[in-house]
Design a protein around this ligand. Structure first.
Ligand code: NAP
Length: 250
């Protein structure tokens, strides 16, 4: 090795989002970094990013800290979903304990326009307690349907990538589908099922935003579940700026 050459910096990229994949693609083949992408393992056939991957939880913040030390990780980028609060809390605690720099990569939340009827609520439970209609399009993800399970008075169209975790509401149709979705298809779907209320998390991004445009078009109320409070850590919103940050961590 030439005397000036440096070992590649080892980066843990906590993923499960389009932004994480985008960053893995940007860093793929860069000699400066060796990236290990980490997935929770919830999806049966995940779209794996390029480069090295690992799948499954670490076992909590202490175990993550030990893993960071064993793997001699130089920097962590948490590009998990804005609602993956446990993983993010674990990353904040473990990187602080191991003295490893951490950056959060978070897509911005959605912003209502003048024509939108969005009703913001702080939690799934608050969403379940504040449904204005009787035929509800539930798009909050497979793990969140149980919050609506005791509702025997409404009918739910439940859309998720993987089958929802039981219990589910008694009157429901489950639709397994993965974005991106088109506005015209979302309008047709909502019309076909006579939907009168849309429930969503404030996930942000383009992949699933068409349902919001469709709801506006159909003048439907949207119950928008707010993101969990962000941790106190440096944050950026694009894969490009996250890659730039890595170069500053030399
Ligand atoms: P969570 O509640 O914050 O995580 C629960 C546990 O799963 C974590 O404590 C961790 O286990 C493990 N985990 C989560 N993300 C991981 C990752 N990238 N690599 C390794 N272990 C991970 O998260 P979640 O809401 O279940 O989300 C799971 C995954 O799905 C995340 O990767 C997230 O980006 C993605 N996702 C979530 C949503 C959503 O709405 N929540 C939507 C789209 C994609 P240990 O404590 O054992 O380390």
């Amino acid at each position: 090795m030439d005397g000036n050459a440096r070992a590649a910096r080892r980066v843990l990229l906590l993923g499960g989002t389009a932004e994480a994949r985008e960053l893995a693609v940007l860093l793929d083949g860069r000699p400066e970094f060796e990236v290990i992408s980490s997935l929770a393992g919830r999806v049966a056939a995940p779209e794996l990013p390029p480069g090295r991957t690992r799948v499954g939880g670490f076992g909590g913040p202490d175990e993550l800290r030990a893993w960071l030390e064993t793997e001699r990780i130089d920097a962590v980028i948490d590009a998990t979903h804005p609602f993956a609060a446990r993983m993010t809390a674990s990353a904040v605690a473990a990187t602080s304990a191991a003295n490893v720099p951490l950056l959060l990569l978070r897509r911005p939340g959605w912003i209502a326009g003048a024509q939108d009827d969005w009703r913001r609520v702080p939690s799934l439970r608050a969403a379940a307690a504040n449904l204005p209609g009787k035929r509800v399009f539930l798009t909050t993800g497979r793990g969140s349907v149980t919050a609506f399970a005791s509702d025997t008075t409404r009918w739910f169209l439940i859309r998720s990538v993987e089958p929802p975790t039981p219990p589910t509401p008694p009157h429901a149709h489950i639709l397994l589908a993965k974005g991106p979705f088109e506005v015209k298809d979302e309008i047709a779907l909502m019309r076909r099922h006579a939907i009168d209320t849309l429930v969503t998390k404030d996930s942000g991004g383009q992949m699933t935003a068409a349902k919001l445009t469709a709801a506006r078009h159909l003048a439907l109320p949207v119950i928008m579940i707010d993101r969990p409070p962000p941790p106190n850590a440096p944050t950026t919103s694009t894969a490009k700026s996250a890659a730039k940050w890595l170069f500053t961590q030399a």
